[in-house]
Design a protein around this ligand. Structure first.
Ligand code: PGA
Length: 230
């Protein structure tokens, strides 16, 4: 199982250091963790642990040059980042386009970083149609054999305490798998959106490979329950 933690723009240095002490000691029973802190805290997560990987929350759509405030795929790779979240709905809401997302995915892959591509519809959108369009762009430069992860995150479930049913998650996961098969691409599929220690056991019966956790990443006790309960 793959569990990615998206800390978003949260956490202080002491919080991360304390939580890391706990997470490192857990018996993860073959579960791989991807920890995605803010850029300024990435350095706190540079240690060797065979089940824990370094992740970033974003990547530039261009490779270098006049892009104030951006961080390129090459820089992230040189720093030791192995995964990057791309196309999160909070970034899409801020104006990130499908075209930029396809460039970000391309840059990540070319620099040996596995993109965690987020897809999901708003409550008033058609799930199939939205996922197909988002995937069409996101997979544009992905080739057979490339490592990618796709996270299904319905926008209405993020940070709201509401989750889809297992059946709804399976419907979306199947749709994603079909689209991947068409392009002969293999990927791990995650679910994200209001996952917590209470609903985790039910949600993990879905036909998926893991989870992208947001809010609960900040609650170490609950997180420990999730990670050690896998
Ligand atoms: P949430 O966030 O777990 O707080 O709903 C998930 C995400 O944004 O990836």
């Amino acid at each position: 199982m793959l569990i990615a933690l998206n800390y978003k723009m949260n956490g202080r240095k002491t919080f991360h250091l304390n939580q890391l002490e706990t997470i490192k000691k857990l018996n993860k029973k073959g579960t791989n963790l991807v920890l995605c802190p803010s850029f300024v805290f990435l350095h706190l997560f540079k240690f060797k642990n065979k089940n824990i990987f370094l992740g970033a929350q974003d990547i530039a759509a261009v490779n270098n040059g006049k892009s104030t405030g951006q961080t390129s795929a090459q820089m992230l790779n040189e720093f030791g980042v192995k995964y990057v979240i791309v196309g999160h709905s909070e970034r899409r809401k801020d104006g990130e386009t499908d075209e930029q997302i396809s460039q970000k995915v391309k840059n990540a892959i070319e620099n040996n970083i596995t993109p965690i591509i987020c897809v999901g519809a708003n409550a008033d959108e058609d799930v199939s149609k939205t996922l197909k369009t988002q995937l069409k762009f996101a997979l544009k430069h992905v080739k057979t054999g490339n490592n990618i992860v796709v996270a299904y995150e319905p926008v209405w479930a993020i940070g709201t305490g509401r989750t889809p049913t297992v059946k709804e998650i399976n419907f979306a996961a199947n749709l994603i798998k079909k689209q991947l098969e068409k392009s002969k691409i293999n990927a791990q599929i995650l679910y994200g959106g209001s996952v917590n220690d209470k609903n985790f056991n039910e949600l993990k019966t879905a036909n998926i490979d893991g989870f992208l956790l947001g809010g609960v990443s900040l609650e170490t006790k609950k997180l420990v329950k999730i990670i050690s309960g896998v």
